[in-house]
Design a binder for this molecule. Structure first.
Ligand SMILES: NC(=O)C1=CN([C@@H]2O[C@H](COP(=O)(O)OP(=O)(O)OC[C@H]3O[C@@H](n4cnc5c(N)ncnc54)[C@H](OP(=O)(O)O)[C@@H]3O)[C@@H](O)[C@H]2O)C=CC1
Ligand SMILES: O=C(O)[C@H](O)CS(=O)(=O)O
Length: 481
């Protein structure tokens, strides 16, 4: 059992119309700690038949929520932010106990997640419309930005707090209601956030959190004409499926999908900075983030020295239970995640790559961070997302070759490059076919910038002033006086 300052944050039921509810069948699902295999908690397995009532409650609540003054919605979000910060330690322990990331990283995610609530508490008061000079003297034209209505969100296991608030905060700020279905592997953090939202004064039904089989619940949400928008974060494969399921009801869809981030190191880079940038980009959350460096492209003049320095830093990483002091790399989320990393390593070695650091399965769900050299575009890791702690180093000769390699993928989420040449910075940042580009940094995620991808990494943007647009509809009013 977790030792929390506030044990009531560990929920075992779903938040439905302001009540904490068990499944009618009594069915429930174990949530386990990936570091130990111990049971962290239990959540209901709601049946699809229980979801229509949730949708109806969301519709009722949304109308009343949208009728409030923007300032009143803003005040509720601000209180939710304050409560998340006040309970950050408990929320972090719940997160580490279901997702595995080191406690310090979990606490960092809680504050990152809270920053979206703070940001959109402010944006809630600035949803300005337009007046447009009419073409006729006896006409007046105005444009309103109104909430799209009932929304749904389906979120992944790797950021159990930030992926929730990056969707819920703009939705609520816009005057929408939201039905959230968090990942089976990490629902407890989401439910704790729901408890704090209630304490912040969020009216019943505005935010509902249901757990249960994703495909069954997802199907009810995507089929419902009452649900006007779906926001999804997860794999490109599932994103494609959900987008298709939303077509019949013409839903607005936001998709934050897979990535295959290139991390390019030019000869003129600050090598120490590039190594540190590669460490944070590649090994944050044990490499289980969609914006992780998936391919590290190093210009031949600095290749060997960069490889040497990176291997030294990787060798110093401490692998262990996320609650243990000094842990840098927690457990992988599940056995198939380890199998994917091992598959990419064995494929690369079979095709000529060299393993210069780590790469061992350390028992349980622990995996020793790895560095491979002489990796080529013929290997699986060149086109597939590893989603684990493995750094593959590719060699290139020219800037043109680096750009061609970097863009040779169906994905377009995040890219990174290190150079101290200004003209090269302009050419490369403009030439990379990605939604987000880091120049001389490996960490680009924050609440103020538009997060999202191009090509098959998704649709729409989250966070920033742009992140609320997908929860709004424009209405044009033409009146004759
Ligand atoms: N662009 C971004 O910001 C992010 C992208 N990702 C990408 O997601 C992948 C890893 O995350 P992962 O969770 O495994 O991704 P998945 O796509 O497998 O799962 C994401 C969510 O979708 C749910 N889901 C799965 N199948 C369906 C379905 N048929 N209908 C409705 N919901 C469904 C899952 O439920 P459950 O697992 O509970 O069954 C989970 O809650 C990687 O490709 C990563 O790049 C991840 C995070 C952020
Ligand atoms: O799930 C993810 O990978 C996140 O979107 C990455 S980030 O926003 O935390 O950088």
């Amino acid at each position: 059992m977790l030792t929390l300052n506030d044990p009531t944050l560990l929920k075992d039921s779903c938040l439905m119309d302001g009540q904490w509810v068990q499944a009618a069948s009594g069915a429930c699902l174990e949530v386990t700690n990936p570091a130990t295999g111990a049971v962290t908690g239990y959540v209901p397995v709601m049946s699809p038949e229980e979801i229509p009532a949730v949708i109806a409650a969301s519709a009722r609540a949304q109308g009343q929520w949208a009728a409030l003054a923007a300032k009143d919605r803003s005040a509720v979000l601000r209180r939710w932010f304050d409560l998340m910060v006040a309970h950050a330690d408990d929320l972090a322990l719940i997160m580490t106990s279901e997702q595995g990331k080191p406690l310090a990283e979990a606490r960092g995610e809680i504050l990152y997640a809270a920053s979206f609530v703070e940001w959109f508490a402010e944006e809630a008061k600035r949803l300005y419309g337009d007046t447009i000079p009419a073409p006729k003297a006896n006409q007046r034209i105005t444009v309103l930005r109104q909430p799209i209505g009932v929304t749904a969100a389906i979120t992944p296991w790797n950021f159990p707090a930030a992926m929730i608030t990056r969707k819920a905060a703009p939705a609520l700020a816009a005057g929408c209601s939201m039905i959230l279905r968090p990942a089976d592997l990490t629902p407890l953090t989401a439910l704790a956030l729901g408890e704090l939202a209630q304490r912040a004064g969020l009216p019943a039904g505005v935010l509902q959190i249901v757990t249960g089989r994703a495909s069954a619940i997802g199907r009810v949400l995507t089929d419902s004409p009452v649900v006007r928008k779906l926001s999804f974060t997860g794999s490109t494969e599932v994103g494609r499926l959900l987008m298709a399921q939303c077509a019949d009801t013409i839903k607005k869809v936001s998709l934050e999908l897979g990535g295959n981030a290139p991390f390019i190191v030019f000869d003129d880079a600050d090598l120490d900075a590039a190594v540190e940038g590669a460490m944070v980009s590649k090994f944050r959350n044990a490499g289980q983030t969609c914006v992780c460096a998936n391919r590290i492209l190093v210009q031949s003049g600095v290749y060997d020295e960069f490889a040497r320095r990176l291997a030294l830093r990787v060798a110093a990483l401490q692998v262990g239970d996320g609650t243990a002091a000094g842990t840098d790399i927690g457990p992988m989320i599940e056995a198939k995640a380890i199998a994917k990393v091992e598959e990419h390593i064995s494929d690369a070695l079979a095709k000529g790559a060299r393993l210069i650091q780590g790469g061992r399965h350390m028992g349980g769900l622990f995996f020793e961070p790895a560095v491979l050299t002489e990796v080529t575009t013929q290997m699986k890791v060149a086109q597939e997302e590893t989603f684990g702690p493995m750094a593959p180093l590719f060699r290139f000769e020219t800037e043109e070759e680096a750009l061609a390699m970097a863009n040779d993928t169906i994905y377009g989420l995040a890219a990174y490059f290190y150079t101290r040449d200004h003209a090269r910075m302009v050419r490369v940042s403009e030439g990379l076919e990605y939604g987000m580009v880091g120049h001389n940094t490996g960490l680009i995620s924050n609440e103020v910038a538009p997060f999202g991808g191009v090509k098959q990494s998704g649709l729409g943007r989250e966070g920033s002033k742009y992140g609320i647009e997908d929860y709004l509809e424009l209405k044009y009013i033409c009146s004759t006086i």
